[in-house]
Design a protein around this ligand. Structure first.
Ligand SMILES: Nc1nc2c(c(=O)[nH]1)N[C@H]1C(S)=C(S)[C@@H](COP(=O)(O)O)O[C@H]1N2
Ligand SMILES: [Mo]
Length: 475
């Protein structure tokens, strides 16, 4: 790194009239000249900033410039728009307004304005939206890093604050960069380590998203004109310009991105974009398999649950999120003494597994699609329709159809032991209390003796080891 940068004019940094630091007038005494020199150097340090990254000559890559930053910014903007939208959809898919157990952000207020009844059609809807959310989030990481790299000189702008407007703009950038890094980091950690933030991930990621998006909206409003202008150059500003052709510092003051003393180029700006693209493509190749499923699951090298850790092959050979051991469910909890309690309409029925197998058995081809982005292809589940279980106790809502249901697991602790399903989910004929999958009894890890499976439902609401169903009483 070169950090000399002394004597280099930079965007808005050198007062053109100021010239070089005073060296002492002719005929001045040597001591006075020394003092004046020192004063001059101090004055120059105040104008140019302390030695190091604040100096205009410090950043030397010839790649930096408005064109590269604009292209990266636009790609990021388009990607973030999709990630943000699918993120909101994922939030809506949890039906947070239905019951407190579904809602980790009860104080969302207006930030839940877009909530709607999550549909059950098409049955792969959540697979698609959440697969997009996570895959695109991962794929955008190299673009985000490149974008941050391309603007890093501005972090060290000197003076750090020039005016009130400048201070406000810098604050919005702090929220923007902080928000982006925070959202990507929490998202990636959740996907990789799942529960590093037990219970609070959803809150952090939810509120973080709104901070990030608000800052992004301000940023786009402030920079759109610069971006449009930069893109019109079609990358002609590739590589360093010959000194004579370089715009004056005053002209460049608008962006402050180009190196004033560029090092020789080793790659063109388009080449640099290609490298970023290659990084994204590589991440795509080792991630997407977890959402596509089938044989491609094996290619999801970066996805902890993309492959089949210990679940083997056969009818139950697809991903497990939480095992019985992980959830603290003991063999006796799900052994011969297990019972299902069904409540609703003022009545209660207690059934064992044999009773359930005597009720009408239905089947449905449905995936498991986790918020972490992984999903399975359709599995063939069979068991009792949730609507049949509502009818068993005579639970009805105002319109005569089955109402929503509160599902509780025999699992004693943990955020995922319980979920509320809306009436539209209970009423879908494919929504089951499943007893079997792909022609075999459920394995303990997939929820034996009985688990919920509902089309387009986020995986976490497909409760395993169900012990109680309470129909009605939800909003
Ligand atoms: N009781 C209970 N049910 C649960 C969970 C849990 O931790 N406890 N995990 C949920 C999550 S997050 C997902 S993605 C699915 C995964 O189902 P699978 O392990 O059968 O693939 O189960 C859901 N059901
Ligand atoms: Mo999940």
């Amino acid at each position: 790194m070169d950090d000399s940068g002394r004597g280099e004019g930079g965007p808005g940094r050198t007062d053109p009239a100021g010239g070089p630091p005073p060296r002492g007038g002719s005929g001045a005494r040597p001591g006075a000249a020394k003092a004046a020199g020192l004063r001059g150097r101090l004055g120059s340090a105040a104008r140019e900033g302390p030695p190091g990254p604040s100096r205009p000559g410090f950043w030397r890559s010839p790649l930096r410039g408005p064109w590269l930053t604009s292209v990266l910014g636009l790609v990021l903007l388009a990607g973030v728009a999709v990630v943000f939208t699918t993120g909101l959809l994922s939030y809506a898919a949890y039906n947070p307004d239905l019951a407190p157990v579904n809602d980790t952000t009860p104080d969302k207020g207006l930030l839940g304005f877009y909530l709607f009844d999550w549909p059950t059609d098409p049955h792969w809807l959540y697979r698609l939206t959440q697969g997009l959310h996570v895959t695109l989030g991962v794929v955008l990481v190299p673009v985000l890093l490149a974008k941050l790299w391309s603007v890093i000189p501005k972090l060290f702008t000197w003076p750090p604050v020039r005016s009130a407007a400048h201070a406000l703009e810098r604050l919005s950038l702090l929220l923007l960069v902080g928000g982006a890094v925070f959202q990507f980091a929490t998202g990636l950690l959740n996907v990789q380590l799942t529960y590093l933030f037990p219970g609070s991930f959803y809150r952090l990621h939810f509120y973080g998203a709104w901070v990030f998006i608000a800052a992004l909206a301000v940023h786009v409003a402030l920079r759109l004109r610069v971006v449009v202008r930069a893109l019109r150059t079609r990358g002609r500003d590739t590589g360093p310009l010959p000194p004579a052709a370089r715009p004056s510092p005053a002209v460049r003051g608008g962006t402050g991105l180009e190196a004033v003393r560029p090092a020789p180029a080793t790659v063109s700006r388009r080449g640099a974009l290609g490298i970023v693209g290659l990084g994204s493509l590589t991440l795509f190749a080792v991630t997407a398999g977890q959402s596509i499923g089938g044989p491609l699951r094996e290619t999801a090298l970066l996805a902890p649950r993309g492959r089949t850790p210990g679940t083997g092959t056969g009818p139950n050979g697809f991903q497990v999120n939480k095992t019985t051991a992980g959830a603290g469910v003991s063999p006796s909890d799900i052994g011969p003494d297990w019972r299902l309690t069904v409540r609703g309409g003022g009545r209660e029925r207690v059934l064992d597994r044999a009773d359930l197998l005597e009720l009408a058995q239905r089947s449905a081809e449905l995936p498991i699609a986790c918020v972490e982005g992984w999903s399975t292809t359709d599995q063939e589940w069979s068991g009792v329709r949730l609507s049949d279980l509502a009818a068993l106790v005579g639970a009805r809502s105002g319109d005569g159809g089955p109402p929503g249901v509160m599902v509780e697991s025999v699992q004693r602790e943990g955020a995922f032991r319980s979920a509320a399903l809306r009436a539209n989910q209970v009423r879908d004929p494919r929504s089951l209390l499943a007893l079997r999958v792909n022609g075999a009894d459920l394995s303990p890890d997939h929820g034996f003796p009985a688990r919920v499976i509902v089309p387009a439902n986020p995986g976490v609401h497909n409760t395993k080891w169900v012990g109680r169903l309470t129909f009605g009483g939800l909003t």
